[in-house]
Design a protein around this ligand. Structure first.
Ligand code: ZN
Length: 296
């Protein structure tokens, strides 16, 4: 009787350890990503060996994200945390600390050089994912991490990486050829916040955001006036709103200048799960098609 009880207790302790030791019942790696864009890359590389969860959901603004009470628990039950870095996730350090502090955090921009805030504050611009070539680095960093964690499945991750890199290469050329169809003097992208500077640099568009590289910075009356003047001066006919940013000010600018709202772009999040735009590649393709249609 006594022995049975001890065995039972021992069993419970071991089961408890197993659960704490993360790898879910299915034996998959539990990978947390800060934003849906990174989460989608993790899904592509990790395939069915990884359970991928994003802290910021679809359409959520990561710059001003207020962690939910159960986020630290989600992190503590994970095996690995992937973040963008370049000062995007101001809240991640505290979240990892609240999750017990011993979580491995991988910065997927490792190896890239950030653009810095053109308004002169010198902050790194986090939106590196809008140069498609940069996401090849994200993919490699994610693949290397998964391989390190799960050596027996190295070939699986390498194959997924290779096929995803090919898709990124085709996306990169698609964006280039599409943007080239816009008349040169019309290649100006006006958006809610400065999320598209890497995009502009890589594909040859002039980019103006109403807010700075973070939505935390409030747009000033002066910023609004500057943008209105620019639109009038250059006779631009479209501005763009973003899925994760309040469109109010930009709609006002549109009314004041007569420039139409050319569409809603995905900036810091992919679209709804299960839709074409619910992936990074789908979201970028949607953006490019929307931009080209409006500016051409
Ligand atoms: Zn942003």
């Amino acid at each position: 009787m006594k022995r049975a009880a001890i065995i039972l207790i021992l069993g419970l302790i071991l089961a408890g350890c197993g659960a704490k030791n993360n790898n879910t019942k299915s034996g998959k790696i539990r990978a947390i990503s800060s934003i849906t864009i990174i989460n989608d890359v993790v899904k592509n590389i990790g395939g069915d060996k990884v359970e991928a969860i994003s802290i910021c959901g679809v359409g959520i603004d990561p710059h001003t994200y207020k962690p939910k009470p159960n986020d630290p628990r989600t992190v503590s039950e994970s095996d690995i945390v992937f973040i963008n870095g370049f000062a995007l996730e101001h809240w991640i350090e505290e979240m990892v600390h609240n999750a017990g502090g011993n979580k491995r955090v991988i910065t997927v921009t490792k190896g890239l050089t950030p653009m810095t805030d053109e308004r002169g504050f010198g902050d790194p611009d986090p939106h590196a994912w809008f140069d498609v070539k940069n996401v090849k680095t994200y993919s490699e960093n994610i693949a290397n991490t998964l391989i390190e964690m799960d050596k027996p499945n190295e070939n699986y991750y390498r194959q997924n990486l290779e096929s995803y890199l090919k898709k990124l290469d085709s996306l990169d050329s698609y964006v280039k050829t599409q943007i080239e169809t816009i008349p040169k003097d019309k290649r100006v992208l006006i958006t809610s916040h400065d999320a598209f500077r890497y995009f502009g640099r890589a594909y040859g568009l002039e980019v103006k955001g109403l807010q700075g590289i973070s939505t935390e910075a409030k747009a000033q009356t002066e910023d609004v006036k500057k943008l209105v003047d620019l639109i009038k001066e250059r006779k631009l006919n479209s501005v763009f709103i973003e899925t994760s940013v309040n469109p109010k000010l930009l709609e006002e600018i549109s009314r004041e200048t007569g420039a139409t709202v050319g569409g809603t772009l995905f900036s810091d999040s992919v679209g709804d799960e299960g839709t074409v735009e619910g992936t990074y590649i789908g979201a970028v393709t949607f953006n490019v098609n929307t931009i080209v249609k409006a500016l051409k």
